[in-house]
Design a protein around this ligand. Structure first.
Ligand code: PMP
Length: 398
């Protein structure tokens, strides 16, 4: 008897399939706008210099590889809380917020999902439509009831009115997931005014926000990108935040992130954190240490921090330049207005508005690889070939 006889093969992640197809394409003029990692002018995903310097220090200083605690490296936790909430946040003085280190932002989302499932029984979670597809699968796997609120409609525009009226119908007490900045997959972010309106609904419906903060520093700047998170943190008694260091520190494979919890008072925070440590024990026991120690080293050292901030600024500027560059390159084809949203969006991703058929043609006829929904990773553009990319987009847009 085979124990595995009934097991069927499931399709792989479509983005990984896209990466394979790109790799096998012999066309030297190809574009990889698929996978969600930052790329530099050479098309590489570099290790930031600040990370290399911190790693060198760690190699010299580290004396043990013994387990960290269930909440991870305390210096990392403090550094990240300062980065996300602001060093002067009254929540920190009141000991109302704490960070639990997790394997990346994905681990933080999973831990949040387990916490909601086990400790906030009966609460559903509401995701933007569209959202990062892994949100849906993580929370469903945790056994949560998953709902969606409209975000970007078929006309490829942010629809705040529809979002707000859907949130007004959400059962009181449910969890609503919000992207802090650089919305994945669309690139459409809420304005400050929109955020204030969302906050009003959250307060009126007594919803619990879970803010996914995977791209701090990739939108408008480290502080600017934290604006909405801090607005919510100040206005609400309780909040969940998932923070990822994959993109802004270039630490993707080191699996570095945290679940930040804000509670009503310091005693309740300890109650919640005891539950998180117990849940994490069943998931990964204790978190991976290396990336967190790198981040803690960079954040605690003025010189390394300066190097890192400069590198992060460069990454953000490159993406902003590419966005403007692509819109300008589309100008000669009379398409600058039609694709003006690419210049206004934030972060690495852009919902271009190209249809699945147009995406397929771009791939088949021009070796331009992007996700079937029309999501392009702007950071994957080679700025020396903007005109070539614009010509390809124009050809399929005719
Ligand atoms: N949330 C969003 C919106 C993301 O785009 C990503 C990364 N693609 C994550 C969370 C997870 O990040 P990490 O790689 O740190 O697990």
């Amino acid at each position: 008897m085979s124990h595995f006889a009934a097991i069927e093969r499931v399709p792989g992640d479509p983005i990984l399939g896209l990466m394979d197809a790109y790799r096998l394409d012999p066309n030297p003029a190809k574009f990889d706008l698929g996978v969600g990692v930052y790329k530099d002018t050479q098309g590489l995903t570099p290790i930031p210099h600040a990370v290399k310097l911190a790693e060198q220090r760690l190699v010299d200083r580290q004396t043990s590889k013994s387990y960290t605690s269930g909440h991870g490296d305390p210096a990392f936790g403090t550094g990240l809380l300062h980065l996300v909430l602001g060093a002067a946040s009254p929540l920190l003085a009141a000991e109302r917020a704490g960070a639990t280190q997790t394997p990346g932002g994905t681990g933080a989302l999973r831990l949040a999902g387990e916490f909601i499932a086990h400790n906030l029984r009966g609460r559903g979670i509401w995701l933007s439509n569209p959202t990062w597809p892994i949100h849906q699968s993580i929370f469903a796997t945790c056994g949560l009831r998953v709902g969606h609120y409209p975000y970007v409609g078929p006309d490829n525009r942010l629809d705040v009115e529809a979002m707000l009226s859907a949130l007004q119908q959400v059962p009181a007490g449910d969890v609503v997931l919000l992207h802090a900045c650089c919305h994945n997959p669309t690139g459409f972010d809420l304005s400050q005014d929109d955020w204030r309106q969302v906050l009003q609904v959250v307060q009126a419906r007594e919803l619990l926000p879970l803010i996914d903060f995977a791209y701090q520093g990739f939108g408008d700047g480290l502080e600017q990108d934290a604006w909405a998170v801090r607005l919510f943190a100040e206005a609400l008694p309780e909040l969940l935040i998932t923070s990822s260091c994959s993109k802004n520190f270039g630490l993707y494979r080191e699996r570095t992130g945290a679940l930040i919890v804000q509670a009503g008072d310091s005693e309740k925070l300890l109650d919640v954190r005891s539950q998180l440590a117990a849940l994490a024990r069943n998931l990964w026991s204790t978190p991976p240490a290396h990336g967190a120690e790198v981040v803690a080293t960079i954040l605690a050292d003025a010189e390394l921090r300066g190097v890192w901030v400069e590198e992060l600024d460069m990454m953000r500027q490159r993406i902003a330049d590419l966005r403007q560059g692509l819109v300008q390159a589309l100008q000669p084809f009379g398409l600058a207005e039609r694709f003006a949203h690419i210049g206004a969006q934030r972060g690495m991703f852009s919902y271009t508005g190209l249809s699945p058929q147009q995406v397929q043609r771009l791939r088949d006829e021009f070796s331009v690889y992007m996700v079937g929904t029309g999501r392009a990773n702007v950071a994957g553009i080679d700025e020396r070939r903007l005109a070539q990319l614009a010509a390809a987009i124009a050809a399929v847009s005719a």
